[in-house]
Design a protein around this ligand. Structure first.
Ligand code: 2PG
Length: 498
């Protein structure tokens, strides 16, 4: 299928919503005349059409369409991820929405069709139909502008949905439109996406390039080994630029492969969902020892630090944590788990700890935060939602927010949550999902919001490196335009204040 065929197919989705599983491509004559095939039971569209085209010059939405491509599925369950196209004048703006494996209970709701015969009940035709029959027509009719009305556009979608969790239209449907509108807004203003997001967020200049946290050893719900802790990351804080940081991270990743082969043999270099290796280890200190070895072999000791995301909600049951939940059970009380973290922090150069306790184990969070010497990041705990961010602040539960755009479902709300976190002097750590796509939106987001750190998996697999490549492009772009461009380095937690 050529690109233009695809565009026509997507048009057809818009005008034949009831036939979206078998799209009808308009005839050549229709295309030549700039006309679209119209659904017989959708008369209002044809009446609206001239307004749609007239709106273009003012930055209003002309069309919204959606499709269901397969995007880098880490497993079959997350194989179908909705994308959408939004048309402004003659340009097309696209966004693809990710999905997670270890999700927080309070995340915005992702709509899946549950027809068990199709993609194991994980297809997204309902979300697509919601974009085409509800969101698209309403936004076109609203005459809102993509260059100035991002918040209003997002609010229209929230109102159309009407639920607290976006469970009626689907956060996957709403977020795709929100992201594509931001891209369209940037294009309409003739600025890069990161600059559009900077203006939306109110972040100041100069631009700050983030420290990339590479998840090079996968465990938990993201791999098949017995390691309970989900992510063990390396962070090149001692680099002088994002480009050097990515080079250092990639070199360590390749060196780590050699260290693993030496210790466990060639069969141990399989990777997990986020591109990190998943050797046959089960204890966190085994993972950290592998990293110490790889980093030291390359002479990077001191310049590369470590981070851990145990994703502990995954192994919390009846008030206790089973850190052997994938193999030989090893149950720990919250206090014993705290002692384990303290000993890891004392013995390894760890600078960040994410979700060390479960999303509903608030007391442990608060207790640990009293004496925590590193960035303590809430992911499942906060779900990028101002309500939980405020609650965590009131309980003094953590000092940093993980930012995942699909946890909340619109770009405006993600920005709002980041700004609330900043108002508490917290860090903001931008994150991909385990079921990620090749969309590189979050690379621009981390620059626009000046968050100073990002995690996008290992330097491996297209959907992970897409973000790192985009960051290097942004750095090159800024320097070429004479913009000041700092590297967050060891100041990653407070990059918004640099
Ligand atoms: O726990 C996490 O932080 C993420 C991303 O690494 O995983 P998931 O997308 O599965 O929630």
């Amino acid at each position: 299928m050529t690109f233009s065929d695809k565009v026509h197919t997507l048009f057809t989705y818009l005008f034949h919503p009831k036939q979206s599983t078998q799209p009808v491509v308009p005839s050549n004559q229709d295309q030549k005349n700039g006309e679209r095939a119209e659904s017989s039971n959708k008369e209002p569209y044809s009446q609206r059409k001239s307004e749609i085209y007239n709106n273009d010059q003012f930055g209003a939405l002309s069309e919204v369409a959606a499709s269901e491509p397969v995007e880098q599925p880490p497993d079959e369950q997350r194989a179908r991820i909705p994308s959408l196209e939004q048309r402004l004048s003659k340009s097309t703006f696209r966004a693809i929405v990710p999905s997670g494996a270890s999700t927080g209970t309070n995340e915005a709701v992702e709509l899946r069709d549950k027809y068990t015969s199709v993609y194991g009940g994980r297809s997204v035709q309902t979300a697509i139909s919601n974009i085409e029959t509800v969101i698209g027509p309403s936004l076109v009719e609203s005459r809102l502008r993509v260059d100035t009305d991002q918040k209003k556009i997002d609010q229209v979608m929230k109102d159309l949905d009407g639920t607290k969790t976006k469970g009626k239209l689907g956060a996957n449907a709403i977020l795709g439109v929100s992201m594509a509108c931001a891209r369209a807004g940037a294009a309409h203003l003739d600025v890069p996406l990161y600059e559009f997001l900077r203006r939306e967020s109110g972040a100041k200049k100069p631009f700050v390039m983030p420290v990339p946290f590479f998840n090079v050893l996968n465990g938990g719900a993201h791999s098949g080994n017995e390691m309970a802790f989900q992510e063990t990351m390396i962070a090149p804080v001692g680099a002088s630029s994002i480009t050097e940081a990515i080079q250092m991270g990639s070199e360590v990743y390749q060196e780590l492969k050699k260290v693993i082969v030496k210790q466990f043999g060639l069969s141990a270099i399989g990777i997990g969902d986020e591109g990190g290796f998943a050797p046959p280890i089960s204890r966190p200190n085994e993972a950290l020892d592998l990293l110490v070895q790889a980093v030291s072999n390359l002479g990077y000791t001191g310049r590369i630090k470590f981070a851990i995301d145990p994703a502990s909600s995954e192994f919390f049951q009846a008030g206790k944590y089973d850190i052997g939940f994938k193999g030989n059970s090893n149950v720990k009380s919250p206090k014993e788990l705290m002692d384990l973290y303290r000993s890891l922090l004392e013995n390894y150069p760890i600078i960040l700890l994410e979700d060390p306790f479960a999303e509903n184990d608030w007391d442990s969070w608060t207790e640990f935060n009293k004496m925590c010497p590193v960035e303590l990041v809430g992911d499942d705990l906060l779900v990028t939602n101002t309500e939980y961010v405020q609650m965590a602040r009131d309980k003094k539960a953590c000092n940093s927010m993980l930012l995942k755009i699909n946890q909340i479902g619109t770009i405006s709300e993600a920005i709002e949550a980041a700004n609330l976190a900043y108002s508490f002097d917290w860090g903001v750590f931008v994150s991909h999902r385990s079921g990620e796509t090749t969309d590189d939106f979050i690379a621009d987001l981390v620059i626009g919001l000046r968050t100073g750190h990002i995690k996008s998996g290992a330097p491996c697999r297209g959907e992970r490196v897409a973000k790192y490549n985009r960051l290097m492009d942004i750095e090159a772009d800024l320097l070429a335009h004479g913009e000041e461009c700092l590297y967050a380095g060891s100041q990653f937690s407070m990059a918004n204040k640099l």
